[in-house]
Ligand binder design. Sequence first.
Ligand SMILES: [Fe+2]
Length: 493
Amino acid sequence: MVDVEVYGKMLSTLPDDDDHPYRSGPWRPQHVEYDAADLEVTGELPDDLYGVYLRNTENPLHPAIVRYHPFDGDAMIHQVSFRDGRVSYRNRFVRTDGLLAEQEAGRSLWAGLAENPDVAIRADGWGARGRMKDAASTDVIVHAGVAVASFYQCGDLYRLDPLTLGDLGKATWGGSFPSSYGVSAHTKVDDHTGELLFFNYRTEPPYLHYGVVDASQRLVHYVPIELPGPRLPHDMAYTEHYAILNDMPLFWEPELLARGLYASRFHPELPSRLGVIPRRGGSGEIRWFEFEPTYVLHWTNAYESGAEIVVEGFFQGCPEPATAGPGGPKDRMFRFLAQDTMQTRLHRWRMNLVTGATSEEDLSDLCTEFGTIHNGFGGRPYRYNYAATNEPGWFLFNGLVKHDTLTGRAERYQFEPGVFCSEVGVAPRAGGTGEDDAYLVTLTVDMNRDLSECVVFRADDVGRGPIARAQLPERIASGTHSCWAPGESISGW
Ligand SMILES: [Fe+2]
């Protein structure tokens, strides 16, 4: 056992000889909180790289009650800050209510994704299915100058200072936070308006809500959205004037749900539906459009083009694979983590608001997911996204692909075997105007050298490889989402 200090207390954590596929190797949890100023840099760190890169990771502090799933891990935010050619690093656990309670108890108290809710010790909990811990370990964004960590099953929004990673408490939105539903991961920040768009979902009607928080962190819009049954939306999209919600045919099997069991099943006989609603529109104003059946975990962007709404994201050729593939972990639960077996590929959906016509097409035959963009182009016509390729069978990223959605061209960079990266942050060059006049920032898990680095690419020359790298104090665990916040968006810096 390893003893680490969190909240000023020494905790016993997971054993060193853990052999769970997502709690060992590149997913080995990391438990020490560091503040490391002025990291040593190899290569040329540009002076005009100014801002912070934040990455959320899964770092469980206690063994699961029965079975661990990597989405159950306690959130740790890694932050790398860049200014004037200097780079610093710090990391912090997100002080969630669930982590606090489990620290007091010295054990896991809630059921994870791979467990029946009945195994939970506590009768309460978070999440659309209930009796889960809101680990806040899925997503991280910066809205109104505050970093916000969130959970894919819906929960609280945990606020942190983006520079110090100091705990700023949970979002309250002046008392209007929808606590009984929570908010899903993948809130969207529109840099043009300063608004935060969000959704939540659950198994009782109304099954979905959509809302808007303004730049002053006030809830200014919140409406129920009618669905034919409980669904599992993971992400949403937006354009200048519309929000785009989804009803995909992969959801908890209703008959099992009625018995308190949660099994995701794909229904190829049902269409995928995209719902377009004016950003401040009422429930009755949503318009649904039908497409080929699939599941979409992540949208890259959406925009308006004349009468059309264009949405891009990752179509899954096989939303419910039988296994994680020959090279992946054997547990069937982990098959939904391997994007190569789900056959994820960049795709475009079009909806004509005047004629009602729809069309859709693949933009690439490469298997990629976790695409990020220059957020200044969010909701507006754009050209590039930067996505990840995966280690076959695993939720591990082994390379980057710059997708040119105009020409279909893809520019690739492959890390050496045993080196994995994180979802990239797109850091616009200070003073730059072009969409790819930017840097890409990612964190590596280097199993060959047993270390992690922060690595910087030029967005206009991804194939060249890293232009600068800085070693972190310790090898980090792999994890989920990340974001980039420009320096000027952080007050007092
Ligand atoms: Fe996600």
